[in-house]
Design a protein around this ligand. Structure first.
Ligand code: NAD
Ligand code: UDP
Length: 336
């Protein structure tokens, strides 16, 4: 069985390539390397001892996709390709609509042409907007609070429409909470371009001296220590969730959403402290004002993923910090 992984050179994509190869599937990656490095794929091959096929191409380019589908017998697709920076999406919304929605529409049309009807999509907890209560379950109301979130919401709707028009499709909408961590080999991990927007890469870059101090965005939230709380999930657990979703897609039809998280919240200060313990390196910090749009806390109910997919997270915050540190220590400049 052959799985096409769009955006497979990226952070979550590269870890998913490892798990999908280890599960015995053939892997074909398409990525335009706009936010990733070819080195990630070389390291995936090193970790697994297996080879994958790589096409450097833009997923919006339907001719490039047709070539991939005609040269390979693709059985299912995992679709990661897209932009993901919330702040940039506010400043440049059209760039996000063009890339995220454009990639999905071209991919679905070429899948249609080749009769491939199984897709696993990278959605996000952002589709819950400002949730009314915790934990968040899949049937809670959906909304978007920025253009990035709107692209995820629209794509979910596009995929639902695709299924409603042809019930032969299998569509898994995976709503990720906060993916962090790295492969335990230390060979692949998160390598953001520029100054990181997210908490964990910021902490790990302070640890290796690329940044001087952590800026904690607000200490007056309604949480145990006043700093924001999120449901962090180890990227390897997340990647294994994709293997389960692919198995589901091979044995079911339908369009189903699944939360992938741990069901537990961790505050900014708890994550910073866990990283200090795991690395033995101090992380100096200052308290800054709240970041606009941030919520007190967010955490998932993962009951549906457990009962339907047979998946649950197994790695904890200490594992996430230990593996991030190993990756960042050995690759202080990421893949550069
Ligand atoms: P990433 O940027 O590391 O990976 C995305 C990959 O897609 C990159 O390799 C990039 O080069 C590629 N890409 C982008 N546009 C493309 C195009 N037009 N054609 C071909 N390739 C293209 O991001 P990630 O963290 O691995 O996220 C993967 C997916 O998961 C994204 O869709 C993201 O929105 C979603 N997601 C991520 C998070 C997170 O916190 N990392 C949370 C929820 C959802
Ligand atoms: N955060 C912070 N400093 C940073 C980045 C993030 O204090 O440099 C906080 C942010 O306010 C939130 C949490 O860390 O409470 C997680 O933020 P991140 O951007 O990683 O993920 P989000 O949940 O916003 O997608």
């Amino acid at each position: 069985m052959s799985i096409l992984i769009t955006g497979g050179a990226g952070f979550i994509g590269s870890h998913t390539c490892v798990e999908i190869l280890d599960a015995g599937y053939d892997v074909v990656v398409v990525d335009n390397l706009s936010n990733s490095s070819r080195k990630a794929l070389e390291r995936v091959e090193k970790i697994t001892g297996k080879t994958l096929k790589f096409y450097e191409a833009d997923v919006r380019n339907t001719d490039a996709l047709r070539k991939i589908f005609s040269e390979n017998s693709i059985d299912a697709v995992i679709h990661f390709a897209g932009y993901k920076a919330v702040g940039e999406s506010v400043r440049e919304p059209l760039k996000y609509y063009d890339n995220n929605i454009g990639c999905t529409v071209s991919l679905l049309s070429v899948m249609d042409e080749f009769g491939v009807k199984r897709i696993v999509f990278s959605s996000s907890a952002t589709v819950y907007g400002i949730p009314e209560k915790m934990p968040i379950t899949e049937e809670m109301p959906l909304s978007a609070i920025n253009p990035y979130g709107r692209t995820k919401l629209f794509i979910e709707e596009i995929l639902r429409d695709r299924y409603n028009a042809d019930n032969g499709w299998s569509i898994a909408l995976l709503r990720y909470f906060n993916p962090i961590g790295a492969h335990k080999s230390g060979l692949i991990g998160e390598s953001p371009k520029g100054i990181p927007n997210n908490l964990m890469p910021f902490i790990s870059q302070v640890a290796v001296g690329r940044l001087t101090e952590l800026h904690v965005f607000g200490d007056d939230y309604n949480t145990s220590d006043g700093t924001g709380s999120r449901d962090y999930i180890h990227v390897v657990d997340l990647a294994k969730g994709h293997v389960k979703a692919i198995e589901w897609a091979f044995t079911h039809t339908g369009c189903e959403a699944f939360n992938l998280g741990t069901g537990k919240g961790t505050t900014v200060m708890e994550l910073r402290d866990a990283f200090v313990r795991a690395s033995g390196v101090d992380i100096p910090y200052v308290i800054d004002p709240r970041r606009p749009g941030d919520l007190d806390e967010l955490y998932a109910s993962c009951d549906k993923a457990k009962s339907v997919l047979g998946w649950e997270a197994t790695l904890n915050i200490n594992d996430m910090c230990k593996d991030t540190w190993l990756w960042q220590r050995d690759n202080p400049n990421g893949y550069d």
